[in-house]
Each structure stands twice: as C-alpha cells, then as structure tokens.
Design a protein around this ligand. Structure first.
Ligand SMILES: [Zn+2]
Length: 200
C-alpha cells in the first residue's frame, strides 16, 4: 500500500488559485522570489532598490524592520536578482546543487526552524544580520528553492517558454511540467505554433 495514496490525482480535489498561492507561499517565500526576478529590470540601478522594497512589503515584510535596515545597494540588488534568475534557468538537480551549495557555503548560511508567520513554521537559511540585505535574500531564496526541488524531486520552476515573455514561475502542478508563466502565454504560444503549421 502506498503511503501517498491520498495524494493520487483521482482523489485529490483541484485546488483553487488561492490554495495554490498559499501552497507555494507556505513558508518558502517562493512567490516573493518570482516577483523579485520578474519586476526588477536587469541593468536598471535607478529603480532597483525601490522595486525591491515594494516586493518585500507586498509579501509581508515588516515596514519598520525594513526601515531599520540599511537600504540595499542597487548593485547588490541587481547582482542578487541576476543570480536568482540563473537559478530559475537551471533544469537539472546536479546543476542546481552546483549553483546553490557554493552560495550557502560562502555566506555561512545556517539552517534554522523559524516561525515565518503565526502558526507557519519552516526551515530557512539565515545569515549575519549585518550582511547586505540583498545578499541575505539571495541566501534565503537559494535555500528555499533547493528545499522545494528536494521536496518535489525535480526542478519545479522555470522561465516562461512563450516568445518574448521571459517571466519566471513556480511549478506547483502534479502532472506535466509547467512551461509557461500563465495561461495567457500558453494560449499565445499555441496560436503561434498553429499559425506556423498553417504556413502563415
Ligand atoms: Zn509568460
């Protein structure tokens, strides 16, 4: 008898978007990483620190906490986002390990069981409180992605396959790996492929 019998697709109700959102947010902060990568334009140091702050606040960061920290340097934000984007481009577990393990080692990441919000507990990586805030988020994010991949047994995220999109996503599906960031991109790609087949 399988221990995961209750997880089979036939008995499991389809989850609502809200439930799926909570699933990915579940202590991992994965949707925060997605937004950081999608909303901070590479090579734009003028808007980067403000967008960084906006995304953190939207994902429940404490405004007073953020105000107490030194603001992240634009170059550090852009570097952290570039390294997060590189993680979203990884397709193999061994390649992920080669990316993540040096980040955790170099920054002296310490795993810690923490109450990330009332009643929600997660194992997270922590680094020195005085460290650069952008680097700290990179470490937390690298650890969270590694934990998510280990739990799912595969690279359960990606960069949208739709032409010209480039947005990242977290794959919470149970069946075929997700290729697009949202249904609109999947539809657009299907239409394009169909037109190409017709020779249009
Ligand atoms: Zn897309």
């Amino acid at each position: 008898m399988s221990m995961r019998q209750n997880d089979s697709p036939s008995t499991r109700p389809a989850s609502s978007p809200e439930m799926r959102e909570r699933g990915a947010e579940r202590a991992l902060g994965l949707l925060l990483l997605v937004d950081l990568v999608n909303e901070i334009a590479p090579g734009d140091p003028v808007t980067a620190p403000e967008r960084w702050r906006d995304v953190l606040l939207r994902h429940g960061a404490d405004a007073a906490d953020l105000a107490r920290q030194p603001p992240p340097h634009a170059t550090a934000v852009l570097a952290a986002v570039a390294r997060l984007r590189a993680l979203f481009a990884v397709r193999e577990m061994a390649e992920l390990a080669a990316h993540v393990n040096p980040v955790l080692a170099a920054e002296g990441a310490r795993p810690r069981l923490a109450e990330v919000r009332p009643g929600a507990w997660a194992v997270r990586a922590e680094t020195d409180e005085d460290g650069d805030p952008a680097l700290r988020v990179l470490v937390v994010g690298a650890f969270a992605l590694a934990a998510w991949a280990a739990e799912r047994g595969r690279i359960a995220w990606g960069i949208c396959a739709a032409a010209g999109c480039n947005r990242t996503f977290i794959d919470e599906g149970r069946r075929a790996p997700q290729r697009f960031c949202r249904p609109a991109c999947a539809t657009r790609s299907r239409v394009r492929a169909h037109r190409a087949r017709l020779g249009g």
